[in-house]
Design a binder for this molecule. Structure first.
Ligand SMILES: [Zn+2]
Length: 531
């Protein structure tokens, strides 16, 4: 802590540096002080913790530091990984995340960003490139954490093409948080080492696309219903027959298998059935809480580069705009042509055409019966929500079916998210799951209480008790076989196996072992091999 009363000098950003890196360099610059002293200096006494991936409390940042480093908004957009999560999110979610980073806690943001229920995990280990470290030492006299290396999906260095290494510190299982800079002793290989040229090319392509997606996210967001249309068109170009769909599934699974050995891609679909499931999910309905890597994997396979997807997306928008102008249908379908004109140009007192042509009415009603959302219908037919609501009111049978279908879709979506959260946190109590997905809990509590209660009853209570519905033995066995599998594939020069290495390589093992009364076999095995 600064006890001398002197003003602290703050360092300046280095190129492509993340916020945690600058704070860590500041910590080293200040010399012999504790982690907590630096935390207090930077964020005041109220700040109790810090996270390198999603730094919060930015509103409390030291005023002199803000003068040197920029506003919290600038820090969020230019020096944290957050913007990579923005392109496929609604503006409300983006604002909620920014607000959360300013405040004392992230709340339910991680869940909304797809970090809790997605297949990519919520851990973002610090990453570094050996060649960048050497270059930075010689140019700047220090190593630092490059922001582009930290982005989810970046596996190889965008400059050198080398596989990145990941930090063994500041992990879920680390005892304490530390301000550190990249240094060889705290770095370990990330995933499987490879020199295969085509694998490295694939990894480099997805790494570059991740960086491009991050840059895009600083200022723009996609319209999800249009994203789905672009995907559908790209797939229809591959063929629409059953044979073509199966072939596409096989090729996508093959692509995923190249990425699969590298976290965070370890849960990608590597067989036909799962690949087809993944594709059909992404080409069905736009989902709000989807991890950006899910889109990026599909985009990288379909288009090769994010830029080519962007071209297709912009082309679709232009085409739809031209259609709107050329196609009088959309104009007739508007509540009134007048509404398309600026208010001042509207003819006051002119009769409003109330009737929508019958064939178009039918099309809208059909779309309502065929799983389209109101938002999709408004955008596809260029009509307002009021028009859709009026049509529904005039057609009570359709309205009833639409409400039922929407309710069932929503029910399915909420149940799926709840179950996925439970699967990802196998030892979490109902209360923990509720805190991870508060919106989902609230919706299910209001609308699907008996199902919710049947699910929470099967979860650990958070206190001691019997959870007969959970097959703890099977989970224990599965962890043991994963650990054994790891040992047989590990390189023979591994002199000593450390627990943290195993935690790093077996997803969910660390969080599961926090349940002290469970997993006796996995515990015993861990103790034996790390003796
Ligand atoms: Zn590099």
């Amino acid at each position: 802590m600064n006890l001398t009363g002197k003003k602290t000098a703050f360092l300046n950003w280095l190129p492509d540096e993340c916020f945690y890196s600058l704070c860590s360099r500041q910590h080293c610059f200040l010399g012999d002080q504790s982690t907590d002293d630096t935390l207090r200096l930077l964020f005041g006494d109220l700040a109790k913790s810090f996270a390198h991936d999603f730094p919060h409390n930015l509103k409390l940042l030291n005023k002199d530091a803000m003068l040197a480093w920029g506003s919290p908004e600038k820090i969020i957009c230019e020096h944290t990984i957050s913007p990579i999560f923005f392109p496929f999110q609604s503006s409300e979610h983006v604002q909620a995340l920014k607000d959360a980073l300013l405040g004392p806690r992230l709340g339910s943001c991680k869940y909304k960003l797809g970090l809790v229920t997605g297949r990519f995990g919520g851990a973002h280990p610090l990453k570094a490139c050996a060649k960048c470290m050497t270059a930075d030492r010689s140019v700047y006299g220090t190593t630092y954490w490059h922001l582009s290396h930290q982005l989810p999906g970046v596996i190889t260095c965008p400059i050198h093409g080398l596989l990145l290494m990941e930090s063994t510190e500041n992990r879920q299982w680390s005892r304490s948080f530390r301000w550190i800079l990249p240094d060889e002793p705290v770095l370990a290989e990330m995933g499987k080492a490879t020199t295969d040229r085509s694998t490295l090319t694939t990894l480099q392509a997805i790494s570059n696309s991740s960086v491009a997606l991050y840059r895009l996210g600083i200022n723009s967001q996609f319209d999800l219903s249009k994203v789905v249309q672009v995907y559908k068109e790209a797939f229809s170009n591959l063929g629409t027959s059953k044979k073509a769909c199966v072939a596409a599934g096989d090729r996508f699974a093959e692509y995923c298998s190249v990425l699969e050995p590298f976290p965070p891609f370890s849960a990608l679909p590597c067989d036909r059935q799962h690949a087809i499931g993944f594709i059909s999910q992404m080409t069905r309905k736009p989902r709000g809480y989807c991890h950006p890597l899910k889109h990026l994997v599909l985009i990288s396979w379909l288009f090769g580069r994010l830029e080519l997807f962007l071209d297709a997306y912009q082309h679709l928008i232009k085409r739809q705009e031209i259609q709107k102008v050329r196609n009088p249908k959309s104009l007739r379908l508007s509540q009134t042509i007048d509404e398309l004109l600026p208010k001042a140009d509207r003819k006051l007192g002119a009769p409003r055409p109330k009737k929508i042509f019958n064939d178009l009415k039918k099309e809208v009603l059909n779309a309502l019966l065929n799983d389209s959302t109101k938002k999709e219908i408004c955008s596809n037919f260029n009509i307002s929500t009021c028009t859709v609501n009026r049509l529904l009111r005039l057609n009570p049978d359709v309205e009833k079916t639409f409400i039922n279908k929407s309710y069932l879709n929503k029910l399915e979506e909420k149940r799926t998210i709840w179950s996925a959260t439970v699967r990802n946190y196998p030892s979490a109590s109902a209360k923990t799951i509720k805190n991870l997905a508060p919106d989902i809990y609230a919706w299910l509590y209001r609308n699907d209480r008996s199902w919710l209660f049947s699910q929470t009853a099967a979860l650990p209570s958070g206190r001691s008790g019997n959870h007969v519905t959970i097959d703890w033995d099977a989970r224990d066995e599965s962890f043991c076989s994963l650990i054994n599998q790891l040992l047989t594939t590990a390189s023979s020069d591994l002199k000593k196996v450390r627990k943290c290495d195993i935690y790093q390589l077996v997803p969910n093992l660390f969080s599961s072992l926090e349940k002290r009364s469970r997993y006796p076999k996995a515990r015993k095995l861990l103790t034996e091999i790390t003796k």
